[in-house]
Design a protein around this ligand. Structure first.
Ligand SMILES: [Zn+2]
Length: 370
């Protein structure tokens, strides 16, 4: 059965399909036999748990209801035929030592109890035999406290953030963001090892933007052995999946950064082709499966000053992003949200370093791999 059901292709998309990846998102296997399509390995990493008050996330809500959720991170490994492997970690979860958060964030943590930071992302990597020194890139879905972890644990990694993230961290652009979750640390990242992606509104294939010249100066290119990764390429659509703005990380169609606006400026997701299936790492695009199923709406609340707050900085953009993700699920893509506790419970064998299902008498053919 084809992965993509043509029923769900948005035929109104006007942008052209990325010619460098004609196979883009239609299948995980080549048609008619031939070389296997490039894939990545994806493993989940446990990186702390905390609890969310339902009233700030869904509507209607049960007063006083809370649920404990993970802050999931992911290890993505890409290997070339020359056996060179590039390793990416998507998000770093909760910081092991809470006292190292800034004072406003520590105050906010009181509203997220119970909270547990063990194991953190470093411990979870070690369970599978890797350490921070093995990680070439850290890609942040966005810069909220429960995703940024402890960057100084990764002293040799290059950090990738979505457009607008650096202004939020520096305090330039978050004055309009409301709610106790909207505090940020201006010294979070070492700017000499941080790449901010280009503005998807400006630097896309339809824009004819002169800023493509970034391309040539190499400033935003990441080089790992012989693997060239260009983080200053223009944003490109995957029309088959109704994703208007994506970046082909390795240039081979195995991993895409996807613009996923609404939750926070710079919010990005990943679309990964694995041997078994397409996997979409959705970050904080949605916090509750009942919103995906339309059983609930996105919640809002009032702060002490009477301002209306929402967990998403731009609610209507967040709803558009959620609608696109519904389309991905209908097309057969597995969607994983950062705070999906049910997914975590069902998929313990897919965490890095976990025993494979085969070892446990299950059906998986490869160890703990998606
Ligand atoms: Zn968030």
């Amino acid at each position: 059965m084809p992965l993509l059901d043509s029923t769900y292709v948005n035929t109104t998309t006007t942008s052209t399909h990325n010619p460098s990846s004609p196979h883009a998102a239609t299948s995980t296997t080549p048609v008619g036999g031939g070389q296997p399509l490039p894939t990545v390995q994806v493993h989940a990493l446990s990186a702390g748990h905390f609890s969310l008050p339902e009233e700030q996330f869904v509507f209607p809500f049960s007063p006083g209801s809370r649920r404990t959720v993970p802050s999931l991170c992911f290890l993505i490994q890409h290997s070339t035929t020359e056996s060179q492997t590039t390793r990416i970690v998507f998000d770093l979860g909760l910081r092991r030592d809470l006292s190292r958060y800034s004072a406003p964030i520590q105050q906010h943590l009181a509203t997220r109890q119970p909270l547990d930071t063990h194991p953190d992302v470093v411990t979870s990597l070690r369970r599978g035999g890797l350490g921070p020194e093995d990680i070439n890139f850290v890609i942040y879905s966005h810069v909220h406290w429960d995703h940024v972890g402890e960057p100084r644990d990764f002293p040799s990694s290059t950090f990738i953030v979505g457009y607008g993230s650096l202004n939020i961290l520096s305090g330039i652009s978050h004055t309009s963001l409301r709610g106790g979750h909207s505090f940020f640390e201006n010294d979070l990242l070492d700017q000499t090892r941080t790449i901010e992606l280009l503005d998807p509104e400006v630097d896309n294939v339809g824009s004819n933007s002169p800023s493509y010249s970034h391309h040539a100066d190499g400033h935003h290119a990441g080089e790992v052995g012989q693997q060239q990764m260009d983080f200053s390429q223009p944003w490109t659509p995957i029309s088959e999946l109704n994703l208007p703005l994506t970046l082909d990380v390795f240039g081979d169609g195995s991993l895409y950064i996807v613009d996923a606006p609404g939750h926070l400026p710079g919010h990005i997701n990943l679309l990964a082709r694995t041997k078994q299936r397409w996997v979409y790492l959705a970050g904080d695009s949605c916090h509750d499966r009942r919103i995906m199923s339309r059983e609930k709406e996105i919640g809002e609340w009032e702060d002490a000053q009477g301002n209306t707050c929402c967990i998403h900085a731009n609610r209507s953009e967040a709803e558009e992003t959620i609608e696109r993700i519904r389309g991905l699920e209908r097309a057969g893509v597995e969607v994983i949200f950062s705070h999906d506790g049910e997914w975590e419970q069902r998929n313990q064998h897919r965490f890095f370093g976990a025993p494979s299902r085969q070892d446990q008498g299950g059906q998986d053919t490869e160890m703990a791999m998606f």
